[in-house]
Design a binder for this molecule. Structure first.
Ligand code: UDP
Length: 257
């Protein structure tokens, strides 16, 4: 698969090539190339790095830990806080370093997508803090952020009932397609960002922008769930790899003692 995203100069040109494939060589149900790593930061309790297409995202998690200021504490469960930020250099036109309305909204959206997967009632009055930094944006950053943040939560050892995976489905030139690239996101007719708890089969995020017929919406949901399940396989593999390494290291240390 050709993973080079061609940015169109002329909005009048098609988002499909002559051979019927998308500009980056993908079929309608094909994901962009994805790479994941966990435990990438020394100073967080858990962390992950995800490349999803040309998106480059770091997530860091702290907690469960004591909450300051204390008056924010919830008597029956942990408070999950999330901060989504875009680096000034992450987009084509320099982004102001001050958090904008969009970042505040996406922080909320990401938090609400993750919280159903966390056993928050185990930690009354505590906090779990999730930080997401977009180093490079290529469309679908909220979804890739959810994938990265769930990995970081798992890496931090936060008890969870499931992982969470994000992926957007959209409509380009009348066709439903998964995982829109930046140019497809900007020039396509619609976008449905979604997040899934893959083993529980629970959707924790479903937004919609643009016009979809009921049939298109149903098709988008099915394609989105299938795409999330593929991303989940990658999440699971990378976590198994990480914990096999940790287990080996612990065994080696115990042998040395
Ligand atoms: N974007 C940008 N400048 C900004 C915010 C966003 O250029 O200040 C671009 C960026 O490439 C992002 C895309 O617009 O991925 C789509 O943003 P949207 O709000 O739809 O969120 P996303 O699709 O990334 O979840």
């Amino acid at each position: 698969m050709n993973n080079v995203t061609l940015v169109r100069k002329e909005p009048s040109e098609s988002l499909f090539r002559e051979d019927g494939l998308r500009l980056d060589g993908r079929g309608l149900d094909e994901l962009r190339p994805i790479r994941m790593e966990v435990g990438v930061l020394n100073n967080a309790d858990g962390s992950a790095y995800v490349e999803h297409g040309k998106n480059k995202i770091v997530a860091a998690v702290y907690g469960p830990r004591e909450l300051h200021p204390k008056h924010l504490a919830l008597p029956d469960k942990a408070l999950v806080r999330c901060e989504y930020r875009m680096a000034t250099f992450s987009v084509e036109e320099r982004k102001s370093p001050a958090p904008g309305r969009r970042e505040v909204e996406l922080s909320k959206v990401i938090r609400e997508s993750l919280e159903p997967a966390i056993f928050v009632y185990k930690y009354p009055r505590a906090t779990i803090d999730v930080f997401v930094q977009i180093l490079q944006a290529d469309g679908g950053t909220r979804c890739a952020s959810i994938t990265a943040a769930a990995l970081a939560l798992a890496d931090a050892g936060v008890p969870m009932r499931d992982l969470v995976v994000g992926c957007a489905v959209g409509k380009i030139e009348g066709k439903v397609a998964v995982d829109l690239s930046d140019v497809e996101d900007k020039l396509g007719e619609g976008d449905i960002p979604m997040a899934l708890m893959p083993t529980k089969k629970v959707i924790t995020l479903l937004q919609s922008d643009g016009d979809f017929t009921p049939e298109e919406f149903k098709q988008a949901l099915e394609m989105g769930i299938a795409a999330c399940e593929k991303i989940y396989e990658m999440q699971r593999d990378i976590l198994i790899e990480r914990y096999s390494k940790v287990r080996e290291e612990v065994a080696e240390e115990q042998e040395e003692e």
